[in-house]
Design a protein around this ligand. Structure first.
Ligand code: NAD
Length: 462
């Protein structure tokens, strides 16, 4: 017999995934727990390959790779295994007296076959972590890793095949935009996309054709608001760390800083001191400092730098994809630097007269994925949080909220839906409302011909 997967790979692979889901083997708790365990065991068996691949793709140091790419996934796996039984249980809800006798429930059922698409910047974590929710929820999965991190995408495939085999439960499809568009032409029951806002729009448009629900984990320009009462040394250290983590190629990385004018110069000097302590006088020599993913992204970042004047860094070398940690001043708010997501180790610093001006600056732009407020005043922090909208936020620190177990996701142009912890299970589940009634007490008043007055109906229904 001719093999449909070889003849017409993508539709046949998707159909195989759908058949797997329809077989119902993914439903029992035991199956899901075993698969979560298998994923963890396979990850542990391939850790060294993961480190090697991340070094090859991004020059990522193991000290960045472990917490952000591997440890976070282990933590999510552990949490899912511990709570899955509880999450899967139908949850009883209260029922108004009018509906008695009876009981009200919410059942979580798997949405079906999930398409999970990931980007290149945390290629291992973003290729595995969303799968935890899909496995926990009882879905079958088609996964497309990023073509721009080829070493890591190959290891993701190895890890998943080692864990699950290749029988339609978890199918890895390697390829770029064209492959992705072929996948998006197929009907899925849920699409989980991590990537840029531009491609997020393409994904949502394709999903609309099949009325497929989407979770969009996108990017944006995440601001830092720094008030005059902030501890400048700690603020600068944390911002420089976050701005240079993975060479700034982090969706929740700080994009730009709005600094109270009284402390702007001192903040920049503190950045200089902190950068030297993080990477020495030659960041290029530091084994802890990552590289830009491709020459094309490197060129884009170099071009963006013309939107300001470098007071720290600015050096770059396309051949080694190195771009120095850079701080810019005299920033043109209308330049591409301030219109596009930077996604690199460049921090534009803009001066504001107070935090209200900073708030207005943020409010005038698309809602960011993260917002970072630096102040010693809890009232100021609350005012910033209340008057701005962002996917998530932190006060006096950065990035860590992603790993805290809190639901993580964007709002507006930075995305929709959330995951991590129970939110991952919910992202791939449908909450089915179920009302159960016994046969007894079949009161005739509800049926025609109506014998009671409308007033009595009104009273009964409250
Ligand atoms: P991207 O949108 O270019 O690519 C993401 C995925 O979409 C890849 O698998 C790619 O193959 C595919 N793709 C690219 N072009 C396509 C097209 N025209 N049609 C269909 N599919 C296409 O994103 P990227 O450059 O890989 O990643 C960087 C972006 O991702 C940044 O904007 C960043 O903020 C965002 N991001 C968000 C999160 C989050 O959790 N919210 C995490 C990481 C990255």
């Amino acid at each position: 017999m001719r093999d449909p997967v070889r003849l017409n790979p993508i539709p046949a692979l998707v159909e195989r995934a759908r058949t797997y889901f329809r077989s119902e083997v993914t439903r029992p708790l035991q199956f899901r727990l075993e698969r979560l365990r298998a994923l963890e065991a396979s990850m542990r068996a391939h850790e060294q390959q993961v480190f090697g691949a991340l070094k090859a793709d991004l020059g990522k140091s193991p000290h960045e790779a472990y917490p952000a790419e591997i440890g976070l996934v282990y933590a999510d796996l552990k949490h899912a295994r511990k709570h899955l039984k509880q999450w899967m249980k139908p949850a009883r809800q209260s029922l108004p007296l009018t509906f008695w006798p009876g009981s009200a429930w919410q059942y979580s059922e798997p949405l079906g076959t999930a398409l999970v698409i990931s980007p290149w910047n945390y290629p291992f974590q973003l290729g595995t972590s969303p799968l935890i929710g899909a496995i926990a929820a009882g879905c079958s999965i088609v996964h497309k890793p990023s073509e721009l991190a080829p070493h890591t995408s190959a290891v993701v495939e190895t890890v998943l095949k080692h864990a699950f085999g290749d029988d339609g439960y978890v199918t890895v499809v390697q390829g770029g935009a064209e492959t992705n568009q072929q996948l998006l032409a197929e009907r899925f029951d849920v699409i989980f996309f991590t990537g840029s806002t531009r491609v997020g729009q393409i994904v949502m448009e394709a999903a609309a054709k099949h009325l497929t629900p989407v979770i969009l984990e996108l990017g944006g320009k995440s601001p830092c608001l720094i008030d005059a009462d902030a501890d400048l040394a700690v603020t600068a250290r944390r911002i420089m760390w976050a701005k240079t983590y993975n060479a700034g190629q982090t969706c929740v990385g700080p994009d730009y800083a709005l600094v109270h004018r009284e402390v702007k110069d001192r903040f920049i000097e503190a950045c200089r001191v902190e950068l030297a302590s993080l990477y020495g006088s030659e960041p290029k020599q530091s084994p802890d400092y990552a590289r830009i993913i491709t020459p094309r992204h490197h060129q884009r970042l170099v071009a963006l730098m013309s939107g300001g004047r470098a007071v720290i860094g600015g050096q770059h070398d396309e051949a080694s994809k190195y771009l120095a940690p850079t701080v810019l001043v005299d920033v043109d708010p209308a330049s591409p630097l301030m219109r596009e997501e930077i996604f690199g180790p460049i921090l534009p610093v803009l001066e504001v007269k107070d935090m209200d001006e900073a708030i207005e600056f943020v409010r005038a732009r698309p809602k960011p994925l993260a917002l970072y407020a630096f102040t010693s005043s809890s009232q100021t922090a609350e005012r910033i949080l209340a008057r701005t909208s962002s996917g998530g936020a932190m006060v006096n620190d950065l990035l860590l909220h992603v790993a805290s177990g809190l639901p993580f996701g964007g709002v507006g142009q930075s995305g929709m839906g959330a995951y991590h912890g129970k939110a991952s299970f919910d992202a791939f589940s449908h909450r089915k409302s179920v009302l159960k009634k016994p046969f007894f007490m079949d009161l005739k008043v509800r049926y025609p011909p109506y014998k009671v007055s409308l007033d009595l109906f009104r009273k009964l229904l409250g």
